[in-house]
Design a protein around this ligand. Structure first.
Ligand code: IPD
Length: 289
């Protein structure tokens, strides 16, 4: 019921703030991290400790709800059952370097769709939250609660060439996702034959979860990612949708993205036509790479 979703939402916020305290008091550095798949795919003791805390808290309060977390993920598949999805630190590389664009990302899915999302950056004190059908909100460090998007009348979105685009590099440094990311970054930064720029510019600030929230807030126009995971995007997805933004798959032609897809496009609030035009322009860039 809606009141269950509200209690879960409140509990996820309580856990997110606890996770934030753990991040804030930790002092990680490159030498205390360990590599997972390669030297850019890192994990710290704090990632593991936070995920353990989150698991214990959720299992004690909601033992009937399934759990899927980044650090304990093995080969579990997302099912239709209610499932908590958690990324203890989205932006681990930022965390290790002390770059303050980091968040804990917590979501609840039902039938493989996110219905509650909480993304919290303890270094900025920004808390982004959403419940299906109830809108998306930003609570700032001074306690102000603002509905997303931040501008009540978002500017028109006519084409990719006026857009500030976020894209991320992930940890892969070879293979198809890497090739796609390098070709897309070049395409987005290049000039069109007519002389205009393909996009205003690109930004890569190291946390896909926060990128979704920036798009929901209207601070970034588009987020394109060629290979992230369910826990990176799940909470941000419902926050963006509740703000009125569009989530599509970065697979050309796919307007109905799946949570396990790994290729995502997020477009800020604007008229449907403009949102769709931008998605189609991005798909065309991917096909012409
Ligand atoms: C990563 C970040 C990064 C994105 C990767 C993610 P992590 O999450 O969101 O920006 O490019 O795809 O896996 O590993 O820091 O939780």
């Amino acid at each position: 019921t809606l009141s269950d979703l509200f209690s879960i939402h409140d509990f996820l916020i309580f856990i997110a703030r606890k996770a934030g305290e753990m991040m804030y008091s930790a002092d990680p550095c490159v030498s205390t991290s360990s590599a997972k798949r390669n030297t850019s795919d890192l994990v710290t003791a704090t990632d593991k400790a936070i995920e353990e805390m989150i698991t214990l808290q959720l299992q004690a309060k909601y033992p009937q709800i399934h759990f899927l977390g980044e650090e304990s993920f093995s080969s579990q598949k997302l099912t239709d059952r209610p499932t908590f999805i958690c990324d203890p630190i989205d932006g681990t590389l930022n965390f290790i370097h002390g770059f303050p664009n980091i968040a804990v990302s917590l979501a609840l899915t039902i039938e493989k769709k996110p219905v509650v999302g909480v993304v919290y950056n303890p270094f900025r004190g920004d808390l982004y939250t959403a419940i299906k059908g109830q809108g998306a909100y930003l609570t700032t460090s001074n306690g102000h609660i603002r509905r997303l998007p931040l501008r009540s009348k978002p500017a028109p979105l006519t084409s990719l060439n006026g857009c500030l685009v976020a894209m991320e590099w992930g940890s892969e440094r070879q293979g198809p996702n890497w090739d796609l990311r390098t070709s897309m970054s070049k395409a987005l930064m290049s000039s069109k034959a007519s002389g205009g720029a393909m996009s205003h510019s690109i930004r890569s600030s190291g946390s896909a979860a926060l990128d979704f929230c920036y798009v929901a807030a209207g601070q970034i126009d588009v987020f394109w990612e060629g290979g992230c995971w369910i826990w990176d995007v799940c909470a941000g997805w419902i926050i963006l949708e509740e703000a009125g933004g569009l989530v599509a798959s970065a697979n050309p032609g796919d307007w109905e993205p799946q949570l396990e897809g790994r290729l995502y496009l997020a477009v800020r609030v604007a008229e449907k036509e403009g949102q769709q035009r931008v998605v189609e322009e991005l798909w065309a860039l991917m096909e012409n790479k």
